[in-house]
Ligand binder design. Sequence first.
Ligand SMILES: Nc1nc2[nH]c(O)nc2c(=O)[nH]1
Length: 455
Amino acid sequence: MTTTLIHNAELVATFDDAERELRDASILVSDDRIVAIGSAQEVAAELEAPADRVIDASGQVLLPGLVNTHHHFYQTLTRNLPAGQNAELFDWLVTHYPIWARLDPESLHASSQIAAAELLLSGCTTAADHTYLWPNGARIDDQIAAVSELGLRFHASRGSMSVGESQGGLPPDSVVETEQAILDDTQRAIERYHDAAERAMTRIVVAPCSPFSVSRELMVASAELARHYGVHLHTHLAETRDEEAYCRERFGCTPVEYAEQVGWVGSDVWFAHMVHPHADEIARLGGHYCGASHCPSSNMRLGSGIAPVMAMHRAGMRVGLGVDGSASNDGSHLLAEARQAMLLGRLQGDMGEFTARRMLWFATRGGAAVLGRDDIGQLAVGKAADIIGFRLDSLALAGGALHDPLASLVFCQPPQVELSIVNGVRRVESGQLLGHDLDAMVARHNASARRLIAG
Ligand SMILES: Nc1nc2[nH]c(O)nc2c(=O)[nH]1
């Protein structure tokens, strides 16, 4: 057993059930979990011997690690492509598919490391990725290896596309797989990697891509497979008006009605984007406790619209935040996403609903609930030791952190973390990723990106 004492924090924002914010507080960690939290005296009372490691968090605000509920790691390779800068979703996808068709194990590994590093340095300790094309021998194994080297808690979606252009889908035939191959490989990934235990570092998600790239049959079979193994289901849904027009023409219903028809409702399902659900559909999805990943930057970047976040939240849906893929954001900073969610929400409705604290709640507890977890997203005894710290004396927070340190993280320019601990292991200290050469990682990634673009 290894104990770590993190002491002298100026503020600990727990996001526990009581939403406690503790001044001058400490946290005691034993191996992978939190065993005490409170004043220095309260925490000292739990220590039987001097802690094995002591971290001084003076001048920092500590939070539970942020939970990113939607990403496409491989898209770091195609950030900011000029041809995709000013396009809406369908045109943007059609521009990118032929480039993504050149993905391979090396580029998938390199891009997964870049995304994981960026997430860790900006406060995420858990992320769900959605990779939905696997050309040239690329496999989910490449991603799991890459991410576990960096130590990020990982919900790896075995995504898929099976309906190519010749069958009326959006993607070119060259990037789709047969449905049998998809189901076989998804089953293999679940059996090999899915860990249902508390504080699991790796979970597998079954994730056909979107209504315009997979068949009704694959949606049904995916739900059956996921429920057989007790794993979660994820897909893009109700992202754009084009998608709704496609569903009405092909399936004779809206995207949400389609999801209902194929059995995609329940507490084991979460949808990315949900920009255009109808009011009655939100009520039904709330009744089923479905999840939604709100991705405001991407929705603005692609001109998709503004998701009805608070309506979904009030209806009982689980709501978290997602950075979305790096080709439509084009960054992996969940705190920045919390800021975008707050600012965008204010254009839409009641200013008082879109507070910094509520956005941080979506980024922590909300995200944890979306991924079906109650062991992360809060700082409380017995929960996973996923802890992040931000310096309050940074340039970005100068002035702002004096009045309300926690809210300054959202109102001011979102900072990078000073400290990140994932499952009890330090991954970022003094603002530096431990044990990895970031420059080398970026150089390797960019070599892959150049190869992909060059064709
Ligand atoms: N924002 C995104 N939406 C999508 N839909 C789909 O089928 N793929 C994507 C994607 O990569 N990003």
